[in-house]
Design a protein around this ligand. Sequence first.
Ligand SMILES: NC(=O)C1=CN([C@@H]2O[C@H](COP(=O)(O)OP(=O)(O)OC[C@H]3O[C@@H](n4cnc5c(N)ncnc54)[C@H](O)[C@@H]3O)[C@@H](O)[C@H]2O)C=CC1
Ligand SMILES: O=C([O-])CC(=O)C(=O)O
Length: 336
Amino acid sequence: MVKAVVCGAAGGIGQPLSLLLKLNPLVTELSLYDVVNAPGVATDLSHINTPAQVAGFLPADNGAEKALAGADLVVIPAGVPRKPGMTRDDLFNVNAGICATLAQAIANAAPNAFILVISNPVNSTVPVFAETLKKAGCYNPKKLLGVTTLDIVRASTFVASVVGQPQDAPKYTIPVVGGHSGATILPLLTQSEPKIPAAILNDQAKRDALVNRIQFGGDEVVKAKDGLGSATLSMAQAGAHFANLVLQAAFAGKTLVTQSYIDLNAAAGGEDIKKEIGADLAYFSVNVELGRDGVQNILPIGNIDDQERTLLAAAVKELGPSIEKGVQFTPAPPKL
Ligand SMILES: NC(=O)C1=CN([C@@H]2O[C@H](COP(=O)(O)OP(=O)(O)OC[C@H]3O[C@@H](n4cnc5c(N)ncnc54)[C@H](O)[C@@H]3O)[C@@H](O)[C@H]2O)C=CC1
Ligand SMILES: O=C([O-])CC(=O)C(=O)O
């Protein structure tokens, strides 16, 4: 029996993500929470003939804690998205408050759940979750996972396209480490499997354009949607894929490796990452080995070339203040 919860389930990401989780055979109970329309979305999904039983909750009558009670996995796409001209960091004030509130509700109702954070800016909202859970006395860094999967998905799509084989996108695996915002997104093109042809990697203009497209893929969607939001459908697919990896590791006995933005104290290997990146950052998106209890090992970044080292330095520089902002966040006192 596996209970999954989506917080922000009525939103642009929340609805398709909830649909994809309803289709996941490992999920037996799916609980949807939002400040609007969650019961409606739940009723709609409940007619699909898959095993997961669906229910929807609004804030009234302690709805968040009812939705979360006994959850095994909570996915969080709650919060405001960007409009053209905004950075992800511009979302911090609103979304950090939402994240702190949801973290407290999780601490009260599902202290052992995996928490998958999608709400932006991920570089700061993951620390907000961690600090709130620490204060509540139930912080388990092995189970707090910032979702950076969309960067990995974009990397394989854009690489296949530059290689001239767009239909081969699913065959490409390119690790993406660092964070989830502009220069903090570090695609490790030299570690691509299959290899990217040297003719492309050695063509500076092509390589720069490829890195830039992966780092700023989110802006491409924000611009195309022209004021009506940011990536939702691709994020839902990426989020459901990542949730499935976590579920496979936790409930189907698999050991899997992917990248996620985590607390480097979560498991063995975190101190080695600090040496590799040459900085004492508390959070970084790294290669994580997922098992029954979450992050069971942090794996090295591995060999990178000089260009990637330069990008790494830029990522580290930008990440530090974003992490600090999340750590220092103090939620506004509730209005009386
Ligand atoms: N990690 C990543 O790769 C990505 C992250 N995002 C982020 O995901 C977040 C959601 O994006 P969209 O779904 O497009 O936005 P949206 O506005 O369509 O949906 C957000 C949902 O959250 C709900 N919500 C607001 N406050 C809430 C609360 N206190 N509790 C529960 N639900 C609440 C809203 O009612 C709404 O239904 C944004 O912050 C966005 O920047 C978006 C794309 C990729
Ligand atoms: O760009 C945004 O604001 C949404 C996001 O995180 C992405 O699409 O990667």
